[in-house]
Design a protein around this ligand. Structure first.
Ligand SMILES: [Zn+2]
Length: 100
């Protein structure tokens, strides 16, 4: 869930994700291994990510209130108003960045 978003608290590098099987369930591990890959050093640290993902998921659910959802929808409507999806070919920057 947090691939590309987790930063290592020891060295500040971005952590990668890999998975291991726990029974039949795939569980993420967040690994700081940039130094290991680039310089054949031992990995900086590894965090089993199942509980981390669950904790972040709970925070996301708490953060998505009716107010924040309303703001997100208002922003999307404003972007849709500003630029027709067909305008992408004409170079409309709002369309490119909003995923049209
Ligand atoms: Zn690190």
């Amino acid at each position: 869930m947090l691939q590309g978003l987790v930063m290592c608290a020891k060295c500040g590098d971005r952590m990668t994700v890999r998975y291991h099987l726990h029974g039949t369930r795939r569980v993420p591990d967040y690994v700081c291994q940039r130094g290991g890959i680039a310089h054949a050093e031992p990995i900086c640290q590894l965090i089993v990510g199942g509980e981390l993902d669950a904790a972040v998921g709970k925070l996301l659910v708490q953060a998505v209130t009716p107010l924040t959802l309303g703001v997100a929808l208002a922003v999307q409507k404003e972007l849709e108003k500003r630029c027709d999806p067909a305008a992408v070919v004409n170079g409309c920057p709002e369309a490119r960045f909003s995923g049209f």
